[in-house]
Design a protein around this ligand. Structure first.
Ligand SMILES: [Fe+2]
Ligand SMILES: [Fe+2]
Length: 250
């Protein structure tokens, strides 16, 4: 039987720099942020949500582009377990895209956030109890540290917002990383500016919309949607592909 990361000390997980310790630290921080959002309103709630997205999306993006491809090859049941987690990540991307459209103080926002929290917690349990202990079982301390460094390098430079149309697997997600990261981080800064200073609020918000539109266009570039399992393929992509494959009427 495999031992959950939750029941192990940092030393047992391979030390501070091990990928397992890094994962667990982020998961603990995620829990803290969920509680902070549940207890916040208005701008404070929006600010905490930005912080949570900046944790969740780079974390998951780096899992999908660096860790899961490696684990699929080296862990028993890796294909099945990573696919299940990618499906959860896809659901989180879809739900956050919906959440962005709602007023943060509305009942609908709270309701949808509760659903998101349930999927986030399921994702953490699947990783800490099932997938990562299997990897631990097969890996030396050096390998855990090496994978920790690789995951961290991508995590620090990954997109910070939901992109449901982009593939959950290489090559699509790897190609998407650079342009979406630049746009997402610029949008985060504009959102913060809009919240912090009313004088810039309108300009910052319209700048944010422009960048959002640019990100939406980039997401739909065909190579960025390629590589994933059909079950995590966004319905929106299929519609786009269908549209572009329909001959134009003149
Ligand atoms: Fe994780
Ligand atoms: Fe995850």
């Amino acid at each position: 039987m495999y031992k959950s990361l939750a029941d192990q000390t940092e030393e047992q997980l391979g030390g501070w720099f091990s990928v397992l310790s890094r994962q667990k630290r982020d998961h603990v921080e995620l829990d803290r942020l969920i509680h902070a959002i549940e207890n916040a309103r208005g701008r404070e709630r929006e600010e905490q949500l930005t912080v949570l997205c900046r944790l969740v999306f780079p974390h998951a993006f780096a899992e999908e582009s660096v860790l899961w491809p490696y684990l699929r090859r080296h862990v028993p049941d890796g294909e099945e377990l990573t696919l299940h987690i990618e499906q959860e990540h896809q659901e989180i991307n879809d739900l956050f895209t919906e959440l962005e459209k709602l007023d943060p103080d509305s009942a609908e926002h709270r309701e949808l956030f509760t659903r998101i929290v349930a999927v986030l917690r399921e994702d953490v349990r699947d990783e800490e109890d099932e997938l990562l202990p299997r990897f631990q079982n097969r890996s030396s301390r050096t390998e855990l540290v090496r994978m920790g460094a690789a995951w961290e390098a991508v995590r620090r430079t990954a997109p910070t917002r939901p992109h449901p149309v982009v593939a959950r697997r290489p090559p699509g997600n790897v190609l998407a990383a650079a342009p979406l990261t630049v746009l997402d981080r610029a949008r985060d800064r504009l959102d913060r500016l809009a919240r912090a200073d009313r004088r810039f609020s309108a300009a910052a918000r319209s700048g944010g919309h422009l960048l959002a539109r640019a990100a939406g266009r980039i997401e739909h570039i065909t190579p960025l949607t390629k590589g994933e399992d059909p079950s995590t393929h966004s319905a929106e992509t299929s519609r786009e592909e269908h549209r572009s494959s329909v001959p134009q009427q003149h």
